[in-house]
Design a protein around this ligand. Structure first.
Ligand code: SAH
Ligand code: SF4
Length: 395
Protein backbone atom coordinates (compact mmCIF):
# COMPACT_ATOMS: atom_id res chain seq x y z
CA UNK A 1 0.00 0.00 0.00
CA UNK A 2 2.56 2.67 0.93
CA UNK A 3 4.52 1.78 -2.19
CA UNK A 4 1.54 2.22 -4.46
CA UNK A 5 0.75 5.56 -2.86
CA UNK A 6 4.27 6.77 -3.47
CA UNK A 7 4.09 5.73 -7.09
CA UNK A 8 0.87 7.65 -7.59
CA UNK A 9 1.89 10.80 -5.79
CA UNK A 10 5.43 11.29 -7.07
CA UNK A 11 4.52 12.60 -10.55
CA UNK A 12 2.10 15.17 -9.08
CA UNK A 13 4.66 16.31 -6.58
CA UNK A 14 7.26 16.56 -9.30
CA UNK A 15 4.92 18.58 -11.47
CA UNK A 16 4.05 20.92 -8.62
CA UNK A 17 7.70 21.32 -7.78
CA UNK A 18 8.49 22.02 -11.42
CA UNK A 19 5.84 24.74 -11.56
CA UNK A 20 7.25 26.25 -8.40
CA UNK A 21 10.77 26.30 -9.88
CA UNK A 22 9.55 27.89 -13.12
CA UNK A 23 7.55 30.55 -11.26
CA UNK A 24 10.49 31.43 -9.05
CA UNK A 25 12.82 31.57 -12.02
CA UNK A 26 10.52 34.04 -13.81
CA UNK A 27 11.14 36.54 -10.98
CA UNK A 28 14.73 36.82 -12.19
CA UNK A 29 13.92 37.26 -15.85
CA UNK A 30 15.94 39.71 -17.93
CA UNK A 31 14.64 43.09 -19.09
CA UNK A 32 12.60 43.16 -22.32
CA UNK A 33 13.98 43.12 -25.84
CA UNK A 34 13.25 46.76 -26.75
CA UNK A 35 16.09 49.29 -26.98
CA UNK A 36 15.83 52.81 -25.56
CA UNK A 37 14.92 54.07 -29.05
CA UNK A 38 12.04 51.61 -29.31
CA UNK A 39 13.66 49.23 -31.81
CA UNK A 40 13.48 45.56 -30.98
CA UNK A 41 16.21 42.97 -31.05
CA UNK A 42 15.42 40.08 -33.36
CA UNK A 43 17.94 37.74 -31.74
CA UNK A 44 16.48 35.23 -29.33
CA UNK A 45 12.98 35.16 -30.83
CA UNK A 46 11.53 31.80 -31.80
CA UNK A 47 10.64 31.39 -35.46
CA UNK A 48 6.97 31.98 -34.61
CA UNK A 49 7.80 35.16 -32.69
CA UNK A 50 9.95 36.40 -35.55
CA UNK A 51 7.10 35.78 -37.99
CA UNK A 52 4.74 37.67 -35.69
CA UNK A 53 7.08 40.68 -35.52
CA UNK A 54 7.21 40.75 -39.31
CA UNK A 55 3.47 40.25 -39.69
CA UNK A 56 3.00 43.28 -37.45
CA UNK A 57 4.76 45.43 -40.07
CA UNK A 58 2.80 43.81 -42.88
CA UNK A 59 5.40 41.32 -44.10
CA UNK A 60 4.47 37.81 -45.27
CA UNK A 61 5.58 34.60 -43.56
CA UNK A 62 8.39 33.78 -46.00
CA UNK A 63 10.27 36.85 -44.79
CA UNK A 64 10.78 35.16 -41.44
CA UNK A 65 12.48 32.26 -43.17
CA UNK A 66 14.65 34.65 -45.16
CA UNK A 67 15.65 36.68 -42.13
CA UNK A 68 16.30 33.56 -40.06
CA UNK A 69 18.79 32.47 -42.69
CA UNK A 70 20.56 35.82 -42.72
CA UNK A 71 20.68 36.07 -38.96
CA UNK A 72 21.56 32.54 -37.92
CA UNK A 73 23.19 31.01 -40.98
CA UNK A 74 25.05 33.99 -42.44
CA UNK A 75 25.60 35.73 -39.11
CA UNK A 76 24.50 39.08 -40.57
CA UNK A 77 24.01 41.95 -38.16
CA UNK A 78 23.32 44.62 -40.74
CA UNK A 79 20.09 44.69 -42.76
CA UNK A 80 21.82 46.54 -45.61
CA UNK A 81 23.93 43.43 -46.31
CA UNK A 82 20.93 41.19 -46.82
CA UNK A 83 21.16 41.02 -50.59
CA UNK A 84 17.98 38.99 -51.10
CA UNK A 85 15.92 41.76 -49.50
CA UNK A 86 15.04 44.91 -51.46
CA UNK A 87 16.51 48.20 -50.28
CA UNK A 88 13.22 49.81 -49.13
CA UNK A 89 12.45 46.82 -46.94
CA UNK A 90 16.01 46.76 -45.58
CA UNK A 91 15.49 50.36 -44.53
CA UNK A 92 12.12 49.65 -42.99
CA UNK A 93 13.57 46.73 -41.01
CA UNK A 94 16.44 48.89 -39.75
CA UNK A 95 13.96 51.45 -38.47
CA UNK A 96 12.09 48.87 -36.43
CA UNK A 97 14.67 46.28 -35.46
CA UNK A 98 18.27 45.51 -34.62
CA UNK A 99 20.30 42.31 -34.73
CA UNK A 100 22.47 42.78 -31.70
CA UNK A 101 25.33 41.07 -29.92
CA UNK A 102 26.39 41.40 -26.32
CA UNK A 103 29.21 43.93 -26.04
CA UNK A 104 32.69 42.48 -25.43
CA UNK A 105 33.79 44.27 -22.25
CA UNK A 106 37.12 42.42 -22.06
CA UNK A 107 38.74 39.51 -23.81
CA UNK A 108 41.68 37.52 -22.45
CA UNK A 109 43.68 34.71 -24.01
CA UNK A 110 45.37 32.08 -21.87
CA UNK A 111 48.85 30.68 -22.46
CA UNK A 112 47.04 27.50 -23.65
CA UNK A 113 44.88 29.53 -26.11
CA UNK A 114 41.70 29.28 -24.09
CA UNK A 115 39.90 32.56 -24.55
CA UNK A 116 37.62 34.22 -22.03
CA UNK A 117 35.11 36.91 -22.93
CA UNK A 118 33.45 39.18 -20.46
CA UNK A 119 30.18 40.16 -22.08
CA UNK A 120 28.19 43.21 -21.07
CA UNK A 121 24.47 43.12 -21.72
CA UNK A 122 22.15 46.01 -22.47
CA UNK A 123 21.38 46.71 -18.81
CA UNK A 124 25.07 46.72 -17.90
CA UNK A 125 25.10 43.28 -16.24
CA UNK A 126 27.98 41.02 -17.16
CA UNK A 127 28.73 37.33 -17.59
CA UNK A 128 31.67 35.32 -18.84
CA UNK A 129 31.97 32.91 -21.76
CA UNK A 130 34.98 30.71 -22.48
CA UNK A 131 36.18 29.18 -25.73
CA UNK A 132 38.33 26.10 -25.20
CA UNK A 133 40.06 25.03 -28.42
CA UNK A 134 40.90 21.37 -28.83
CA UNK A 135 44.64 20.81 -28.47
CA UNK A 136 44.90 18.60 -31.56
CA UNK A 137 42.16 19.49 -34.00
CA UNK A 138 40.46 22.56 -35.39
CA UNK A 139 37.45 22.39 -33.12
CA UNK A 140 36.55 23.40 -29.62
CA UNK A 141 33.90 23.97 -26.98
CA UNK A 142 32.14 27.17 -26.12
CA UNK A 143 31.30 27.28 -22.43
CA UNK A 144 28.22 29.43 -22.02
CA UNK A 145 26.71 31.10 -18.95
CA UNK A 146 23.02 30.81 -18.19
CA UNK A 147 22.73 33.26 -15.29
CA UNK A 148 24.55 36.27 -13.88
CA UNK A 149 25.68 34.76 -10.59
CA UNK A 150 24.02 31.69 -9.08
CA UNK A 151 21.50 31.03 -6.32
CA UNK A 152 23.34 27.92 -5.27
CA UNK A 153 26.53 28.14 -3.28
CA UNK A 154 28.64 25.09 -3.92
CA UNK A 155 31.58 25.42 -1.60
CA UNK A 156 34.31 24.93 -4.18
CA UNK A 157 32.87 27.24 -6.88
CA UNK A 158 33.78 30.88 -7.45
CA UNK A 159 30.45 31.65 -9.17
CA UNK A 160 28.76 30.41 -6.00
CA UNK A 161 30.23 33.36 -4.09
CA UNK A 162 28.27 35.77 -6.32
CA UNK A 163 24.59 36.04 -5.52
CA UNK A 164 22.14 35.57 -8.36
CA UNK A 165 21.70 38.88 -10.16
CA UNK A 166 19.36 37.67 -12.87
CA UNK A 167 18.69 35.07 -15.49
CA UNK A 168 20.09 35.53 -18.95
CA UNK A 169 17.50 35.81 -21.70
CA UNK A 170 17.43 33.56 -24.75
CA UNK A 171 18.99 36.38 -26.81
CA UNK A 172 21.84 36.70 -24.34
CA UNK A 173 22.46 32.96 -24.26
CA UNK A 174 22.48 32.56 -28.06
CA UNK A 175 24.30 35.91 -28.25
CA UNK A 176 27.30 34.57 -26.30
CA UNK A 177 27.78 31.85 -28.89
CA UNK A 178 27.22 34.17 -31.84
CA UNK A 179 29.61 36.81 -30.49
CA UNK A 180 32.26 34.14 -29.84
CA UNK A 181 31.87 33.03 -33.45
CA UNK A 182 32.19 36.64 -34.62
CA UNK A 183 35.55 36.74 -32.82
CA UNK A 184 36.76 33.73 -34.80
CA UNK A 185 35.13 34.82 -38.06
CA UNK A 186 33.14 31.61 -38.27
CA UNK A 187 30.24 32.67 -40.45
CA UNK A 188 28.35 31.45 -42.41
CA UNK A 189 27.46 28.44 -40.28
CA UNK A 190 29.28 25.35 -41.53
CA UNK A 191 26.75 22.83 -42.75
CA UNK A 192 25.89 19.58 -41.01
CA UNK A 193 28.75 17.68 -39.44
CA UNK A 194 31.46 19.66 -41.24
CA UNK A 195 34.18 20.43 -38.73
CA UNK A 196 33.87 23.82 -37.20
CA UNK A 197 36.09 25.70 -34.86
CA UNK A 198 33.32 26.38 -32.36
CA UNK A 199 31.95 22.89 -32.59
CA UNK A 200 30.21 22.20 -29.30
CA UNK A 201 28.30 24.09 -26.64
CA UNK A 202 28.66 23.25 -23.00
CA UNK A 203 26.22 24.96 -20.64
CA UNK A 204 28.86 24.94 -17.93
CA UNK A 205 29.52 28.62 -17.35
CA UNK A 206 28.03 30.79 -14.65
CA UNK A 207 24.70 29.78 -13.16
CA UNK A 208 22.45 26.76 -12.94
CA UNK A 209 20.83 26.23 -16.36
CA UNK A 210 17.90 24.25 -14.97
CA UNK A 211 16.97 27.22 -12.78
CA UNK A 212 16.60 29.23 -15.99
CA UNK A 213 15.02 26.51 -18.04
CA UNK A 214 12.65 28.55 -20.20
CA UNK A 215 15.37 30.83 -21.58
CA UNK A 216 17.94 28.05 -21.92
CA UNK A 217 15.48 25.81 -23.77
CA UNK A 218 14.47 28.59 -26.14
CA UNK A 219 18.11 29.39 -26.87
CA UNK A 220 18.96 25.75 -27.52
CA UNK A 221 16.03 25.37 -29.92
CA UNK A 222 17.44 28.33 -31.84
CA UNK A 223 20.98 26.98 -32.08
CA UNK A 224 19.70 23.53 -33.07
CA UNK A 225 17.39 24.83 -35.81
CA UNK A 226 18.70 23.29 -39.00
CA UNK A 227 18.20 26.35 -41.16
CA UNK A 228 20.46 28.43 -38.98
CA UNK A 229 23.36 27.62 -36.67
CA UNK A 230 22.28 24.01 -36.97
CA UNK A 231 24.22 22.51 -34.10
CA UNK A 232 23.23 18.93 -33.42
CA UNK A 233 21.77 18.11 -30.01
CA UNK A 234 24.64 15.64 -29.68
CA UNK A 235 27.03 18.56 -29.64
CA UNK A 236 25.35 20.32 -26.74
CA UNK A 237 25.81 19.38 -23.09
CA UNK A 238 23.89 20.85 -20.19
CA UNK A 239 25.48 20.61 -16.77
CA UNK A 240 23.33 20.64 -13.67
CA UNK A 241 24.10 20.53 -9.99
CA UNK A 242 21.05 18.28 -9.71
CA UNK A 243 17.73 20.10 -10.17
CA UNK A 244 15.89 16.79 -10.30
CA UNK A 245 12.37 17.95 -11.27
CA UNK A 246 13.70 19.73 -14.36
CA UNK A 247 15.98 16.95 -15.58
CA UNK A 248 13.19 14.84 -17.09
CA UNK A 249 11.75 17.85 -18.82
CA UNK A 250 15.07 18.87 -20.36
CA UNK A 251 15.61 15.30 -21.51
CA UNK A 252 12.20 15.00 -23.12
CA UNK A 253 12.12 18.43 -24.77
CA UNK A 254 15.71 19.06 -25.79
CA UNK A 255 17.37 15.65 -25.99
CA UNK A 256 20.78 17.22 -25.40
CA UNK A 257 23.57 15.54 -23.45
CA UNK A 258 23.47 15.72 -19.70
CA UNK A 259 26.32 16.30 -17.28
CA UNK A 260 25.68 15.99 -13.57
CA UNK A 261 27.86 17.66 -10.96
CA UNK A 262 28.04 14.81 -8.50
CA UNK A 263 31.23 15.57 -6.54
CA UNK A 264 30.40 13.37 -3.54
CA UNK A 265 28.92 9.92 -3.04
CA UNK A 266 27.54 10.26 0.48
CA UNK A 267 24.69 12.58 1.36
CA UNK A 268 26.41 14.07 4.41
CA UNK A 269 29.37 15.23 2.30
CA UNK A 270 27.31 16.24 -0.73
CA UNK A 271 24.98 18.25 1.55
CA UNK A 272 28.03 20.27 2.47
CA UNK A 273 29.71 20.60 -0.94
CA UNK A 274 26.60 20.99 -3.12
CA UNK A 275 23.94 22.32 -0.74
CA UNK A 276 21.17 21.62 -3.27
CA UNK A 277 21.64 18.00 -2.21
CA UNK A 278 19.57 18.74 0.90
CA UNK A 279 16.62 19.20 -1.40
CA UNK A 280 17.39 16.53 -3.98
CA UNK A 281 19.57 13.88 -2.37
CA UNK A 282 21.85 11.47 -4.18
CA UNK A 283 19.33 8.63 -4.52
CA UNK A 284 16.79 10.91 -6.24
CA UNK A 285 19.47 12.40 -8.45
CA UNK A 286 20.72 9.02 -9.59
CA UNK A 287 17.16 7.85 -10.22
CA UNK A 288 16.62 10.88 -12.48
CA UNK A 289 19.82 9.99 -14.35
CA UNK A 290 18.53 6.45 -14.89
CA UNK A 291 15.37 7.92 -16.44
CA UNK A 292 17.19 10.42 -18.65
CA UNK A 293 16.04 9.65 -22.19
CA UNK A 294 19.14 10.65 -24.13
CA UNK A 295 21.31 8.25 -22.12
CA UNK A 296 22.37 5.32 -24.23
CA UNK A 297 25.64 3.61 -24.87
CA UNK A 298 26.31 6.04 -27.67
CA UNK A 299 25.39 9.09 -25.60
CA UNK A 300 26.41 8.63 -22.04
CA UNK A 301 25.67 10.80 -19.04
CA UNK A 302 28.74 12.57 -17.77
CA UNK A 303 29.26 12.63 -14.03
CA UNK A 304 31.51 15.49 -13.03
CA UNK A 305 33.60 14.94 -9.97
CA UNK A 306 35.84 17.71 -8.63
CA UNK A 307 38.92 16.24 -6.96
CA UNK A 308 39.35 17.84 -3.54
CA UNK A 309 42.38 16.73 -1.59
CA UNK A 310 41.48 14.62 1.43
CA UNK A 311 37.78 15.46 1.06
CA UNK A 312 36.21 13.24 -1.61
CA UNK A 313 39.15 11.49 -3.25
CA UNK A 314 39.62 8.22 -1.32
CA UNK A 315 39.53 4.76 -2.84
CA UNK A 316 36.40 4.05 -0.80
CA UNK A 317 34.76 7.06 -2.48
CA UNK A 318 35.71 5.69 -5.89
CA UNK A 319 34.24 2.27 -5.08
CA UNK A 320 31.02 3.83 -3.79
CA UNK A 321 30.79 5.96 -6.94
CA UNK A 322 31.00 2.86 -9.12
CA UNK A 323 28.29 1.18 -7.06
CA UNK A 324 25.99 4.21 -7.31
CA UNK A 325 26.15 4.55 -11.07
CA UNK A 326 26.22 0.83 -11.91
CA UNK A 327 24.14 0.16 -15.01
CA UNK A 328 23.95 3.78 -16.18
CA UNK A 329 25.61 4.45 -19.56
CA UNK A 330 28.03 6.96 -18.11
CA UNK A 331 31.48 8.40 -18.01
CA UNK A 332 33.11 10.16 -15.11
CA UNK A 333 35.02 13.40 -15.69
CA UNK A 334 37.52 13.90 -12.91
CA UNK A 335 38.16 17.63 -12.55
CA UNK A 336 41.21 18.63 -10.55
CA UNK A 337 40.02 21.42 -8.27
CA UNK A 338 40.72 24.85 -9.77
CA UNK A 339 41.63 27.34 -7.07
CA UNK A 340 40.35 30.92 -7.02
CA UNK A 341 41.00 33.87 -4.69
CA UNK A 342 39.80 32.89 -1.23
CA UNK A 343 38.99 29.25 -2.02
CA UNK A 344 39.29 26.81 0.86
CA UNK A 345 40.29 23.57 -0.90
CA UNK A 346 43.33 21.99 -2.43
CA UNK A 347 43.60 19.92 -5.56
CA UNK A 348 44.00 16.18 -4.97
CA UNK A 349 47.48 14.78 -5.46
CA UNK A 350 48.30 13.17 -8.80
CA UNK A 351 48.60 9.68 -7.28
CA UNK A 352 45.22 10.07 -5.55
CA UNK A 353 43.60 11.12 -8.83
CA UNK A 354 45.29 8.24 -10.67
CA UNK A 355 44.08 5.68 -8.08
CA UNK A 356 40.55 7.05 -8.20
CA UNK A 357 40.52 7.03 -12.00
CA UNK A 358 41.81 3.45 -12.10
CA UNK A 359 39.01 2.13 -9.87
CA UNK A 360 36.34 3.86 -11.93
CA UNK A 361 37.90 2.76 -15.18
CA UNK A 362 38.29 -0.85 -14.06
CA UNK A 363 34.55 -0.89 -13.37
CA UNK A 364 33.95 -0.12 -17.05
CA UNK A 365 33.42 3.65 -16.95
CA UNK A 366 35.69 5.96 -18.92
CA UNK A 367 37.26 8.26 -16.35
CA UNK A 368 39.23 11.00 -18.09
CA UNK A 369 41.03 13.51 -15.92
CA UNK A 370 40.01 16.94 -17.14
CA UNK A 371 43.01 18.91 -18.22
CA UNK A 372 42.69 22.32 -16.52
CA UNK A 373 42.41 24.94 -19.25
CA UNK A 374 42.75 28.68 -18.89
CA UNK A 375 43.60 28.67 -15.18
CA UNK A 376 45.99 31.59 -15.66
CA UNK A 377 43.10 33.85 -16.71
CA UNK A 378 40.56 32.36 -14.26
CA UNK A 379 38.71 30.71 -17.14
CA UNK A 380 38.76 27.11 -15.88
CA UNK A 381 35.76 25.24 -14.43
CA UNK A 382 34.37 26.95 -11.39
CA UNK A 383 36.56 30.06 -11.68
CA UNK A 384 34.08 32.38 -13.38
CA UNK A 385 32.69 35.37 -11.54
CA UNK A 386 31.78 38.96 -12.45
CA UNK A 387 31.32 42.14 -10.44
CA UNK A 388 27.64 42.41 -11.34
CA UNK A 389 25.39 42.93 -8.34
CA UNK A 390 21.70 42.87 -7.87
CA UNK A 391 20.32 46.38 -7.49
CA UNK A 392 18.84 46.73 -4.04
CA UNK A 393 15.08 46.91 -4.19
CA UNK A 394 13.90 50.46 -3.45
CA UNK A 395 13.09 50.95 0.22
N1 SAH B 1 25.78 25.14 -12.33
C1 SAH B 1 26.02 24.03 -13.18
C2 SAH B 1 26.88 24.44 -14.35
C3 SAH B 1 28.29 24.84 -13.98
S1 SAH B 1 29.32 23.66 -14.71
C4 SAH B 1 26.65 22.93 -12.39
O1 SAH B 1 27.01 23.17 -11.26
O2 SAH B 1 26.70 21.81 -12.91
C5 SAH B 1 30.82 23.92 -13.99
C6 SAH B 1 31.39 22.61 -13.44
O3 SAH B 1 32.59 22.94 -12.75
C7 SAH B 1 30.47 21.96 -12.44
O4 SAH B 1 30.60 20.57 -12.47
C8 SAH B 1 31.03 22.50 -11.16
O5 SAH B 1 30.64 21.75 -10.06
C9 SAH B 1 32.50 22.46 -11.43
N2 SAH B 1 33.29 23.33 -10.56
C10 SAH B 1 32.85 24.36 -9.82
N3 SAH B 1 33.88 24.92 -9.16
C11 SAH B 1 34.98 24.23 -9.50
C12 SAH B 1 36.37 24.36 -9.17
N4 SAH B 1 36.78 25.34 -8.37
N5 SAH B 1 37.23 23.49 -9.69
C13 SAH B 1 36.80 22.54 -10.55
N6 SAH B 1 35.52 22.38 -10.92
C14 SAH B 1 34.61 23.21 -10.40
FE1 SF4 C 1 26.18 27.39 -9.13
FE2 SF4 C 1 27.18 25.30 -10.51
FE3 SF4 C 1 28.81 26.94 -9.15
FE4 SF4 C 1 27.18 25.28 -7.85
S1 SF4 C 1 28.89 24.70 -9.20
S2 SF4 C 1 27.52 27.45 -7.35
S3 SF4 C 1 25.38 25.29 -9.15
S4 SF4 C 1 27.55 27.49 -10.89
Amino acid sequence: MPEIMTDLTVPDLTMAERERILAKSALFDPPGVALADGRRDLIGLSRAELAAELAAIGEPAFRAKQLWHWIYHQGATDFSRMSSIARPLQEKLAEKFVIARPEVATEQTSADNTRKFLFRFRDGQEAETVYIPDRMEDRGAVCISSQVGCTLSCRFCHTGTQTLVRNLGAAEIVGQFMAARDAYGEWPSPKGETPRLLSTIVLMGMGEPLYNYANVAKAMHIVMDNEGISLSRRRITLSTSGVVPMMDRAGAELGINLAVSLHAVRDDLRDELVPLNRKYPIAELIAACRRYPAASNARRITFEYVMLRGVNDSEADARELVRLIAGIPAKVNLIPFNPWPGSAYQTSTRPAIARFARIVNDAGFASPVRDPRGRDILAACGQLRTDSRRARPAA
